[in-house]
Structure formats: structure tokens, C-alpha cells
Write a protein that binds this ligand. Structure first.
Ligand SMILES: Nc1nc2c(ncn2[C@@H]2O[C@H](COP(=O)(O)OP(=O)(O)OP(=O)(O)O)[C@@H](O)[C@H]2O)c(=O)[nH]1
Ligand SMILES: [Mg+2]
Length: 247
């Protein structure tokens, strides 16, 4: 079994904001754009935070819960629902200061081999080379634990995490576990995470929501002088008012 990279060393985080501030900031989320291929993504000059994980892990639902918007990201009982990289802008008063990226999940059995390989390539390229990528949230169903595919992803991002990319494992669907089961899976995953951050989360029970929002706020608002992990210092840009694509 491999372990995740150690906690990032990129400089201190700012103090955690009040939960209300973090949740208010999250609520400003707006659909920005969608792309099937990496080179179709616009260049982003603010911190970008990617949500990755197995298909059906709860990525889109987590984004909807954090942003307190029911249908911002497409969530579905049917795995493989998210097939594009969808970007959402965040920022008060229309000034974009961060972007959330909802990525298609991996490990969905019903997808053809060639589609799987194509997607894995897009995702690896995204994780390795996306400028401005500041943090990765790896979502994981605690009933499955970290699978081989999750561990392969961790290996891919390890060099960037060592350079300061922020990293958080969110164990979703906590409502499906008893308190005792939650405590057990948390400690096992923390061991696997090699000291990296792990949080329990339930969209249904709103468990862990404030905590994750506060951490993402901290990632996106580095202390002045701190080196951004993803590239050049972010410059505020106007948020887009574009509506989500209906499908
Ligand atoms: N009970 C419970 N169900 C959840 C929770 N989060 C997500 N789900 C359910 O899990 C299923 C998959 O959720 P999605 O958010 O679409 O998962 P995804 O990771 O975006 O999936 P892909 O787009 O296929 O990669 C849906 O039926 C959700 O309602 C949770 O916290 N509790
Ligand atoms: Mg999804």
C-alpha cells in the first residue's frame, strides 16, 4: 500500500474564517465554463481547486452542498454523470477570487476502455500541468476506502503536493456509517494520508460542510507574501454571469 504525500509545506495558511464568511463566499459560486478537453479550458489567474475521485463518490453533490445551490453541478444516481470539466467561479461583489473544478469521476465500469484511457490521460494532464491549480479535494466513499485508482492519482499529484499544492481527502456519505464506523475509517484514512488532511462529510446531514468550506477559503486566500502553489500571484478578474448548459 502506498501512502499519500506528506502535508504540504507551502507556507502558513491564514487563520480560519468564521463559518458564516466561508459559507457566504461559497454561496457566490456561478457556473463559469465547461470543457471536454484540457486545451479548451480558459486560463485562470485565481486559485483553482479541483474535486476529483471515483465516479459516484459524491463530487458534484459536495460542490452543490458547499455552495448551497441545488443544481450548480450535475449530481446523479447514475454513475458517470459528469463528463466534462466544469468550472465554477467564486467571489464576492462579482470579483472572482477562486475557481472550483468538478472533474468527471474515474473507475466507472460501464465506460469503454478507450474512453477510460482517454479520460485518465486528460485528468493526469490536468493534475500535472494545470497552471493555477492550488488545491485538490479527493472525494472518497468511506465504504470503499481509498482504492487502487485513488492511490494512482495520489502518486500522480505527489510531486506537486511536495511543492505546496494543497490536498484534502473528503470521506463522503458519512450518513451511511455509524459514529463508530466513521471514527474507524477516519483513523485508517489519516494513516494512509500520511498526515494529510482528512474530513468526514455528509451532504444529507450537512456534516463537515462548514469545516471544508473554511479550509477551502484558507487555500484560496493565502497570506500576503505566501508563494501560491499553482503559479503566478492571482489577480482578481470579473466573474462570469454565464448560465449553466442544460442537458
Ligand atoms: N446518502 C448520501 N448520498 C450522497 C451523498 N453525497 C452524494 N450522494 C449520492 O451519491 C450519488 C452520486 O453523487 P454525485 O455527486 O453525482 O457523484 P459524482 O462523484 O459527482 O459522480 P460522477 O459525476 O459520476 O463522477 C447520488 O445519488 C447522490 O445523491 C451524501 O452525503 N449522502
Ligand atoms: Mg459528478
Amino acid at each position: 500500500m502506498t501512502t499519500t504525500p506528506s502535508a504540504p509545506v507551502a507556507g502558513p495558511l491564514p487563520p480560519a474564517p468564521d463559518a458564516k464568511i466561508a459559507m457566504g463566499w461559497m454561496h457566490t459560486a456561478k457556473f463559469l465554463t465547461t470543457a471536454a478537453q484540457l486545451h479548451h479550458l480558459p486560463p485562470i489567474t485565481v486559485p483553482e481547486i479541483a474535486f476529483v475521485g471515483r465516479s459516484n463518490a459524491g463530487k458534484s453533490t459536495c460542490i452543490n452542498t458547499l455552495t448551497q445551490q441545488k443544481q450548480l453541478a450535475f449530481a446523479s444516481k447514475k454513475p458517470g454523470r459528469t463528463q466534462h470539466i466544469n468550472l465554477f467561479s467564486l467571489g464576492k461583489q462579482g470579483v472572482m477570487d477562486a475557481v472550483l473544478a468538478d472533474l468527471p469521476g474515474y473507475g466507472y465500469a460501464a465506460v469503454s476502455r478507450s474512453d477510460k484511457v482517454r479520460w485518465q490521460q486528460v485528468m493526469v494532464n490536468y493534475l500535472v500541468s494545470r497552471p493555477g491549480l492550488t488545491g485538490i479535494v479527493l472525494l472518497c466513499d468511506p465504504r470503499l476506502g481509498l482504492t487502487e485508482l485513488d492511490e494512482a492519482l495520489l502518486e500522480v499529484v505527489r510531486p506537486r503536493v511536495e511543492e505546496g499544492l494543497k490536498f484534502l481527502i473528503v470521506l463522503t456519505k458519512a450518513d451511511k456509517l455509524t459514529r463508530a464506523e466513521q471514527a474507524k475509517v477516519l483513523s485508517i484514512t489519516r494513516l494512509q494520508a500520511g498526515g494529510g488532511e482528512v474530513k468526514m462529510f455528509s451532504a444529507l446531514k450537512k456534516q463537515g460542510v462548514d469545516e471544508v468550506a473554511q479550509l477551502l477559503w484558507q487555500w484560496a486566500h493565502p497570506l500576503p507574501g505566501a508563494e501560491p502553489a499553482g503559479g503566478d500571484a492571482p489577480a482578481p478578474a470579473p466573474a462570469s454571469d454565464q448560465e449553466p448548459e442544460k442537458d
